[in-house]
Every structure is written in C-alpha cells, then in structure tokens.
Design a protein around this ligand. Structure first.
Ligand SMILES: C[S@@+](CC[C@H](N)C(=O)[O-])C[C@H]1O[C@@H](n2cnc3c(N)ncnc32)[C@H](O)[C@@H]1O
Length: 238
C-alpha cells in the first residue's frame, strides 16, 4: 500500500537554488565525526570480519575499481542494493537524507523521492543527473545538515515506505540525530536504512529502533577500499 501523499515542491525548488547560490560563497562546512571505530584490518568492520556474502561480491568490486568503473547505484553495501531492488515497489514514497547516485536509482523504481542534500556540488550534480534522465518525481532540497532534523520533523508521520540515512554529518548533527525524527516518518511495516551502521557512534540507533526487525549487510562498497555495513530496519506493523 502506498503511504499518504507528502506534498512535493518543484523538482528542484526555487528556495534550493537561492540557498545553493548563498552557500557557493561560503567555506565548505566542517565534516565529521565519521568515527570508523577500532578495526582489525580493512576486511573487518567494527563488528567483526567480512562474512562469506561480502567475499562473494568482492572480486567483481575489485575488478570494477581497477577499471575505474562506478555503477550508477546507491553507495551502500552491494547485497543491500540487491535486497532493495527486490523490495521497492512502484507506489513507494522514499525519503533520503544525503543525495547522490542513489537518488536517480530510487526515482526509477519508486513513485516519488524526497531528498535532502547539503553539499552544493552534489546537489547540482544530482539535479543534473535527474534532468538528464527525465526523472520528474524527485523533490531535491538543498539544506544545511544542521537543518535536516528540523526539516524531517516537520514532515507528516508514517508518510514513507523507505527512509534512507546516508548523509555526511557535521560535528553538530550526526546520522543518529537525523534518524531520531526520521523513524516516525516510516509507515508501519516500512523500512529505515542506515548506512555505515557499524560505526560505534551509531550504536544508539539500535536503542532508538528497539522492537524493529533488522537486517545487516556487510561488504565492500563501489570504489571503496574497506568493508562496510548497511543495516535495514523494519518498523513493526503495530
Ligand atoms: C555517502 S554519500 C551517499 C550519497 C547517496 N545516498 C548515494 O548512495 O549515492 C554522502 C554524501 O556524499 C556526497 N556524495 C554523493 N555522491 C557522492 C559520490 N559519488 N562520491 C563522493 N561523495 C558523494 C553527498 O554530499 C552525499 O550527501
């Protein structure tokens, strides 16, 4: 079942263009903390060694990286992409914090995508990719990371089938701060994806989503030298 409609603005709204121009004159924002935690090596996440499922995808990833190829798909663990490909339905509404190649990938598969991006370069690159592909079902909004939690809190509850938390955090606002308001926006039975979920600073997500089912995917992302984890949580139906 599709979720209640969230009003979408123009595909790339005028306010976003103003903000983009304003931010172009400013220094790049501080980034972090992105604490990867203690790892035994690049084939270990903070939680442990890469499982067999990660090794199965590894030769293809290695070969693509060697040839400088990056597929047009979300920048998350490949097994999670396969899982999403099977799960996403045409009538889904998706909320994304952190745009990129994933935005067009979701837009091709879902009814609509609302995406927040704070980096001017990636905002423009994503806008261009959407225009080139003729994808009109994306509301891409340029906002500072510090505004993400408030913007998300203002959206209707239970309005999204999938919420994706994958933005570059600032010292003031982490992915967990984005997740806090975002979890209420997932419809009962819907999904919340947290990328790099093995980072110790994201452990709080497990408490915030207590009672949700979870599926962890571990492997090597496109063009990334070390193993990572993507977790997809499922909100209880009741
Ligand atoms: C981890 S990226 C994830 C972006 C997006 N969800 C995806 O899967 O393509 C987080 C941030 O890095 C920037 N970014 C987007 N695409 C990127 C790319 N291909 N390479 C480097 N940084 C990227 C954007 O500012 C984005 O919000």
């Amino acid at each position: 079942m599709a979720s209640p409609e969230v009003p979408l603005g123009d595909p790339v709204d005028a306010r976003a263009r103003d903000s983009a121009t304003r931010f172009m004159r400013e220094e790049p924002p501080d980034r972090g903390p992105h604490d990867p935690g203690e790892r035994l090596g690049r084939f270990h996440t903070g939680r442990g060694p890469m499982p067999i499922s990660g090794w199965i995808h590894y030769p293809a990833a290695w070969w693509r990286a060697r040839r400088g190829q990056t597929p047009d798909r979300p920048w998350i663990v490949p097994a999670a992409i396969g899982w999403l490909r099977r799960r996403i339905r045409r009538d889904w509404s998706i909320l994304e914090l952190g745009a990129g190649r994933s935005t067009a990938w979701f837009a091709r598969r879902a009814h609509r995508v609302l995406s927040f991006e704070d980096n001017q370069f990636w905002f423009e690159a994503t806008s261009e990719q959407l225009s080139r592909s003729g994808l009109l079902n994306v509301d891409l909004r340029f906002r500072s990371v510090e505004d993400f939690p408030r913007e998300v809190a203002g959206l209707p509850h239970a309005a999204f089938d999938l919420v994706v938390i994958d933005f570059l955090e600032s010292p003031e606002v982490t992915r967990v701060d984005g997740l806090r308001p975002a979890r209420e926006k997932v419809r009962p039975g819907g999904y919340l994806l947290l990328d790099d979920s093995d980072r110790p600073s994201y452990a709080k997500a497990d408490d915030l989503l207590a009672g949700w089912r979870r599926k962890r995917f571990t492997g090597v992302k496109d063009a990334w030298p070390e193993v990572c984890e993507t977790t997809i949580f499922r909100r209880p139906r009741k």
